[in-house]
Write a protein that binds this ligand. Structure first.
Ligand code: SPV
Ligand code: MG
Length: 554
């Protein structure tokens, strides 16, 4: 008996947890899902195990297994993954979806049921879904079983008709494998350029589509019934209920610190989003769309760090407040952090700040070339007083010398355009600060058009290249927000910071909820605008703590 584990998919619904590791490597009770599977298989003497990999395949490395690849994992589905291991179709096999954890009894029962094709079917399937509100019933691979055999199978089966759920574990004898292969190859011809049961094409087909075709062709598919004893991990909620941690994995300061340089070296570009508190840090850190588009790092903004404490952005709260907020955010996130250092204060204060930030695990500090105490750059009415460039360059030198590692970037922020001093002044200052050792330049602007920062970027390319190794260029497109990140990248920017959006979003949301409560004299009407208390528990790691307590009491 051989086993084939299908672990090529992306696991999009596990959000931040599967951007860097494949779903089958997520831990449940401290052990990756796939290792739970390997342990059960091996305990039953099944040692000829193949794993079909795709997304982040390099992370699935088990020396005593065979490896197959579905390189087109993003455009195909599980049937293509299974047939990527067709070379193994010469013996009895069990096939497992890579996201199911099951106990030994389930596998023993499956192996014990005679029949050339046997599926493990959950009988009490509806009950499972009342406890999994994140898993819509339309996504369940439902089955209608009669006389011990599958009559219908697939997600489209009506819940009233279904009397079971396929849990993603199947057995094929040698004869069963032959039948499956035959029907698959006939189907490749017969269903060329058209839909295949519930899927738009055979390339995008699920295993259940082929199983239904086997039934329709007169093949018999038997069932091994179960009531519980397994879990499928599709969502954060599933993972947490199974005993897995859903908070972002922790990272040591010395590892995190160098990540910004690493991202820039790898991708040449990084997108940052602002955070101002632990909870906003978690939201920023974990945000992901389409399974892989996420922020590369977090910006600790002076504007929002002050505003969240109800204070204006005028260097009022001091470096220790900024460092405390930074610490709070570092505690609950694992991405690179750039901290807004305002003007940096005097050189001694700046040395203190960069050393503390470095110790905490910060990757970058940006200081702006204005005179202390600065005013927020986006305010049109405030005086924006530029610092003498020599004085500012000296501060950069002092900061660089104070650092103990080469991990942290000190980025000089040019306020020439904010102060109305023009492009030539900005370029002159950029040269001066780069010569003083700045690791990058931020050009700021409050224009609603990107033209002036783009003009700077074009001139900067030549300037920076002329000074030796080109240094990263940063921008904050708050006012000129029509330009996209990719356009900015094309124009020569390396870091784009969305500098205040989470704070502004929360202000609006809080005001709306206050209004609704005042208008209705109760809070019922606010519910649709709110996260559930359970979601708060999940976000802040309370759900993980409950799991840990269960693990430790075992
Ligand atoms: C911040 O986010 O605090 C910044 C950018 O420094 S800005 O508010 O545009 O000055
Ligand atoms: Mg600021």
């Amino acid at each position: 008996m051989k086993a084939i584990i299908l672990a090529a998919g992306m696991g999009n619904r596990l959000l931040h947890l599967t951007t860097n590791i494949p779903k089958c490597k997520l831990k449940v009770f401290g052990k990756p899902i796939i290792e739970h599977q390997l342990d059960v298989l091996r305990s039953l003497g099944i040692i000829d195990i193949s794993i079909v990999k795709g997304f982040l395949k390099e992370h699935i490395d088990y020396p005593e297994t065979k490896s197959y690849e579905n390189a087109a994992y993003a455009e195909t589905n599980i049937l293509m993954s299974l047939f990527s291991a067709e070379a193994e179709f010469n013996d009895d096999i069990v096939v497992l979806y890579g996201d199911v954890i099951f106990n030994r009894a389930i596998m023993e029962k499956l192996l014990g049921v005679p029949g050339d094709i046997v599926l493990t079917i959950e009988e009490d399937w509806q009950k499972g879904y009342t406890a999994r509100p994140d898993n819509p019933i339309e996504d369940v691979e439902k089955a209608y079983v009669n006389d011990g055999k599958i009559k219908k199978i697939g997600k489209h089966l009506s819940p009233d008709e279904a009397n079971g759920e396929f849990i993603g574990i199947a057995k094929f004898t040698k004869q069963g494998v032959l039948l499956m292969k035959d029907i698959y190859h006939q189907s490749l011809e017969r269903y060329r350029d058209r839909s295949f049961h519930e899927s738009p094409s055979l390339q995008k087909a699920a295993l259940t589509d082929l199983l239904q075709e086997i039934v329709d062709c007169g093949g018999w598919i038997w069932t091994a019934l179960t009531r519980g004893g397994w879990v499928e991990i599709d969502t954060l909620q599933d993972l947490n209920r199974a005993g897995g941690e859903i908070s972002a994995p922790k990272i040591a300061p010395e590892v995190r610190r160098g990540l910004l340089k690493h991202v820039l070296a790898e991708k040449g570009f990084a997108r940052f989003i602002e955070a101002h508190s632990g909870i906003s840090g978690i939201i920023a850190n974990n945000a992901v769309v389409a399974g892989k588009v996420e922020f590369d790092g977090i910006w600790i903004s002076s504007l929002t760090e002050s505003a969240v404490k109800g204070q204006p952005d005028i260097e009022l709260l001091g470096v220790n407040s900024r460092l405390a907020t930074t610490h709070e955010i570092l505690e609950v996130t694992n991405k690179p952090i750039i901290v807004d250092g305002d003007t940096g204060g005097d050189p001694n204060a700046f040395e203190y700040f960069v050393r503390k930030a470095e110790g905490l695990g910060v990757s970058g500090v940006i200081i702006e070339d204005k005179v202390y105490p600065k005013r927020n750059s986006l305010d049109a009415d405030s005086p924006q007083v530029l610092e003498d460039p020599t004085v500012f360059a000296h501060k950069i030198k002092r900061g660089k010398q104070a650092l103990l590692t080469t991990d942290v970037m000190i980025i000089a922020r040019l306020e020439s355009l904010i102060a109305g001093a023009g492009l030539a002044d900005a370029l002159k200052r950029a040269r001066c600060y780069l010569e003083a050792g700045a690791d990058g330049i931020m050009i700021h602007s409050k224009s609603i058009s990107p033209d002036e920062v783009v003009a700077f970027a074009r001139a900067y390319k030549t300037l920076s290249a002329g000074l030796g190794k080109p240094k990263p260029l940063v921008c904050v497109p708050t006012t000129y927000n029509t330009i996209t990140e990719s356009e900015l990248k094309r124009e020569g920017f390396h870091i784009v910071i969305h500098a205040n959006h989470l704070l502004r979003a929360s202000i609006k949301a809080m005001q709306a909820v206050c209004r609704i409560i005042l208008e209705h004299g109760r809070s019922l009407e606010t519910e649709k605008h709110l996260s559930s208390v359970g979601e708060v528990f999940d976000l802040v790691g309370f759900s993980d703590i409950k799991n840990k307590e269960k693990t430790w009491s075992l």
